[in-house]
Design a protein around this ligand. Sequence first.
Ligand code: HEM
Length: 466
Amino acid sequence: MAIFTVIIGVVLGLCLLSTFLLRWNEMKYKKKGLPPGTMGWPLFGETTDFLKQGPSFMKNQRARYGSVFKSHILGCPTIVSMDPELNRFILMNEGKGILPGYPQSMLDILGKSNIAAVHGSAHKNMRGALLSLVSPSVIRDQILSKIDEFMRSHLLNWNNQIIDIQEKTKEMALLSSLRQISGTESSLLSKEFMREFFNLVVGTLSLPINLPNTNYHRGLQARKNIVRMLEELIDERRRSQETHKDMLGLLMSGVENRYKLSDEEMIDQIITILYSGYETVSTTSMMAVKYLHDHPRVLEELRKEHLGIRERKMAEDPLDWNDYKSMKFTRAVIFETSRLATIVNGVLRKTTKEMELNGFVIPEGWRIYVYTREINYDPCLYPDPYTFNPWRWLDRSLETQNYFFLFGGGTRQCPGKELGIAEISTFLHYFVTKYRWEEVGGDKLMKFPRVEAPNGLHIRVSDMHK
Ligand code: HEM
């Protein structure tokens, strides 16, 4: 009986303490004009619910509070916007009290000149310099042949193998970019670079606690090593005075490039290119392989497009700009993959002053999560939204509608969109014209917070022509 009373006492005590803590945290953030919502526990907020329940947490909060609500996630008081109109407004109106709001660990590791860390004229300059490296004419004249050469060798000898397509597409995204950045030296650099780069990526997604053995510490260390490798590369090129037709060559040539960057800025630009295209391109490629496997009719149509291109060429001929431009169905497959898998859930911004949005008052220093995931499943935009149906994208107006946020929007819309599509298209070209594949089975796929196969996605590959 006494034990029973003690247990009841402890449970009641815990309930009271929890209620007190939750109430106290709500009061701490109480301010007139803020959107409705809950702030969760002191310090941790609602991060656990957000990470555990993912999209359903967002949908539940929206059902309760509307499409703009407050929360406390990932260490910050946050306004979540699931309102397409407001999302568009935020993306289009950077500067007027709104700036990128990416986590500190990411900014520290990607460098202070990285594009997400700069704004105003510095952003214009870094963005201009980047756009000049990945413009359609540079893709056509310089990059496409490098991608082609890389993909051919990357996809060699997959026949009769069990391949972890997640691992292969990650290597592909990084090494293909490295080839575009430093054509001739990339194969010498690639092994050491890859090890450091993977540590850098993990570091950007960690808590910024700089203690030995933390991911953040390893990420900072990886950044140092990558910076050293790139500095050596730049010094070597200056000494040799050879000209190079690659991204680093363009960045270093003051004549052709009107955006003159310092060495530090060039290095941060290179890290940005590698980082921004890495997870987006690799995950979209992996998920395209998954969806194609599950939808034989789509695979058949895609293969038809690529075999048609091959028929017009000799086996050793690389893909050229006209081939790439003719890949209408491939482009549709890439958009549909990006939409259905939601490769990017949204983007982060922060307020630099108190401001009004949709009639709510947003305090200075709050993060805004421009959450675009649900737009991907809006039946008005995408009838039968949970079906993998690339044909819907053959109507090109879908790519130009106001709520097309697969590549962001406004002043920070992805400058690497066409480059990313060219890489994935070239990968798919060689993959579907050379191979058939089936899934080994039993692999899990996580959809949130990132699309990921925790233990890899294994496929058994065989030669198409045997
Ligand atoms: C399928 C592939 C890709 C997807 C889905 C994608 C998606 C996105 C999205 C959603 C944003 C907006 C971020 C924001 O507003 O904060 C963005 C920005 C960016 N992307 Fe991509 N991206 C892809 C490929 C690439 C590639 C290959 C590059 C390499 C050049 C790249 C470079 C960038 C950069 C530098 C930014 C920041 C732009 C700025 O802040 O002005 N992306 N991307």
